[in-house]
Structures are given as C-alpha cells and as structure tokens.
Design a protein around this ligand. Structure first.
Ligand code: MRU
Length: 361
C-alpha cells in the first residue's frame, strides 16, 4: 500500500509530494480529485467534507501532519501549531484526534521530521487497512451465521450513511463484511438509507455498491422501521465516529432511530469499528460525546443533477423557515447487539471492552 489507498494516495508529481483525495462532494455525479498541498487545504478538505468518514478523516489528518512537516521545514514547535489546526477541523470523529496525537507523539524525538512523518503516516494507514480487513472477516462470519439460522438463501442488510472504502481505508467498516460476503459467494442485498441531509447513503454507499456489483436498494431514512416490521431486514450494520468506554456509539444522525426500530423488531444491530474509534476517556457516550452541528443550509438545500446533466443545488424549504442540523447522534450500548472490531466481536459493555482492548494492550 505504501501510501496508495482507494480514497486517497500520495502524489509526487508536484515539486513537493502532496496528498491526492477523491472529492466526495461531487459523487456520484462526477469523479474528481483534489491535491492537498498545505495545512490549510487539509483542514478545509476535512471541514467542507471533500473527505469525510471517521477513518478517512484520520488518514488525511495523519498525512496532513506529513504535509505540514514539509511546510514548516522540519520545525517541531511550528508543527505543533499546524497539528492543532488539523485536530480541530471537525469535533465528533475521534479518529481525527487519535491520528494527530499518535503522529505528534511518534515525532517528538525525531531528527528528520519530514521523512519520519511520511513513514509514520504510511505505517498508521497500512495498520488501519489491515484492521478494516479483519473487520471484513469477523463481520462476514456473523452474516453467514444469521443467514444459516434464517434458512433463507439471500440476506438483507440495512446500513446508514457511508462506512465503505470512501470512509475507512481500504475496505470500510460496515461495508467491509458485505464486500467479504460477495467474495465468499453469499447472496447479499443491501437496504441503503439515503441519509439526509447530505445523502451519504444515496450518493456514496450506493455508488460504492454499484461499483462492486452488489445488489442494493436506496430507501428514505424513515423506511427502515416498516421493512423491519415486515421481516425484510435480517440485520443492520453501521459504522461509528466515536465509541465511549461503556459502548455507546456516535454515528450519523438517524442511527439511533434505526437502533430503536431494530430493538423493537428483534433485528440484530451491529456496529463495525477499528480500535482507533474508541474513546476510553468518555464513560457515558450519550452525555459526553461532542456532537457536530453543521450549517442549516445542508438541510434547506439539496444537490442533484438536472435533465441537462448539470449538477445543481436547489432549496427545498420555504425561504424564511429556520432549520437546524445535528450531524450525529448517540446510540446507547443497550440497543447494540455487538461491536465488530479488528479483534473480533465484542459486546457493547464497559467490562467486555476493557477486557478486549485495554487489559490486552
Ligand atoms: O459526516 P460524515 O460523512 O463524516 O459521517 C460519517 C459517518 O457517520 C460514518 O458512518 C462513520 O464515519 C463511519 S465510517 C467509519
């Protein structure tokens, strides 16, 4: 992999090496990339969601420290200021803070900041890619179990937002077991929540699944409960942006409502995460996880392509009606069947998580 992943890759065509990323704001209408050549461009790409998804935000942040190291010509004190800017670009996905802190810790005694930053960023991302692969395998074992117990030939999985390779290198988290299921020849169909207001499901997850030839159906966010009541959903798999020590899970707004519907209909509800998404400092996620509030215009306007093939943004609300836009919510541990991690499946429970992740470190 050596710095070359599906959603982002190092590019040394320019004088100084930069990070090239897929501009996810333009998908599925246009496949385009952006060159991130300095700290400001890295911070803006995270803030304006050119890149998004907890894992990829962390990956871009790690390479962002490398690009900043070039910018500050190896001055660690100056790099610390750049690191703060990157670390504060979005508040909920803890992978961002994890990646910046890990890079800065690794670099504190470096005598060749630029080379070491490049090497550490690649190592960190190669590890994340391996964890994604592990999640694929453990998650697909669960898919096989549920399919076997159902006696059906096809398994119907509901997912919310985008937790594929656009969100986590290099296979995703929630979508990783689904890619593995396809490799194992399992007949899988995915219900894809559109995921208002930015439609990461309808635009990114559907695009990824189309690219891989995996059967899927886009649904309005409010449809999942009805499908569950009528036995049309065999399991739910979502990703996460932060998981607290007690197993509460922050993910895209609307995830909590899916968990409630799954609980009410005895539909297994799994959350797929790498170790970097745990925040062991927070003991109560519902109270403690910071929830991003984004521009109300993301609710008031929507992007699409018109009959001439032109990508347009249109307002869908009355001009003077106010709107509010929380980006994430927190699903309490009690509603989660299990956490699919790179170390296997774990109950969303403080002691079980400590056992698997803290005591074994
Ligand atoms: O606002 P986004 O698109 O960055 O939100 C992304 C999500 O909520 C994903 O489900 C989450 O990051 C999981 S991917 C690891």
């Amino acid at each position: 992999m050596q710095g070359n992943y599906k959603a982002l890759w190092l590019n040394d065509d320019l004088f100084d090496e930069c990070l090239e990323v897929i501009d996810q704001r333009q998908l599925p209408f246009v496949y385009d990339t952006r060159h991130l050549t300095n700290t400001e461009e890295v911070v803006n790409a995270i803030k304006n969601m050119t890149v998004r998804g907890a894992g990829v935000i962390g990956s871009v942040a790690a390479f962002g420290i490398y690009i900043a190291a070039i910018e500050v010509e190896g001055d660690y004190e100056a790099l610390k200021e750049k690191a703060v800017l990157i670390r504060e670009s979005r508040p909920t996905a803890v992978n961002l803070m994890w990646a910046v802190d890990k890079m800065m810790e690794l670099l504190k005694d470096s005598d060749d900041l630029v080379d070491d930053a490049r090497r550490f960023a690649i190592e960190l991302n190669d590890e994340e890619a391996l964890e994604s692969q592990k999640i694929a395998e453990y998650g697909c074992n669960i898919i096989e179990d549920i399919l076997k117990k159902s006696g059906k030939t096809e398994i119907n999985i509901l997912t919310h937002c985008n937790a594929g390779w656009l969100a986590v290198i290099d296979e995703g988290t929630a979508l990783a077991p689904i890619y593995e299921a396809k490799r194992r020849g399992i007949d899988v169909h995915v219900w894809v929540d559109e995921t208002r207001p930015r439609n990461q499901g309808a635009s990114l997850t559907a695009w990824e699944l189309s690219q891989s030839g995996i059967k899927h159906t886009i649904i309005a966010d409010n449809t999942g409960g009805h499908l569950m009541q009528h036995g049309m959903v065999d399991m739910v798999i979502v990703g996460a942006d932060r998981v607290s020590a007690n197993g509460d899970v922050a993910n895209k707004i609307g995830t909590y409502l899916k968990a409630l519907a799954a609980h009410d209909n005895n539909v297994p509800f799994y959350v797929a995460i790498p170790t970097s998404t745990f925040d062991f400092e927070i003991r109560d996620g519902v109270k403690g996880i910071p929830i991003e509030e984004r521009s109300a215009d993301e609710v008031r306007f929507i992007k699409g392509v018109d009959s001439e093939g032109v990508v347009r943004e249109v307002r869908i609300t009355p001009e003077d009606s106010p709107a509010i836009n929380y980006g994430f919510d927190v699903t309490p541990a009690r509603l989660i069947t299990g956490l699919i991690t790179n170390r296997g499946v774990c109950e969303a429970d403080f002691d079980k998580i400590q056992e698997k992740f803290k005591k074994s470190n």
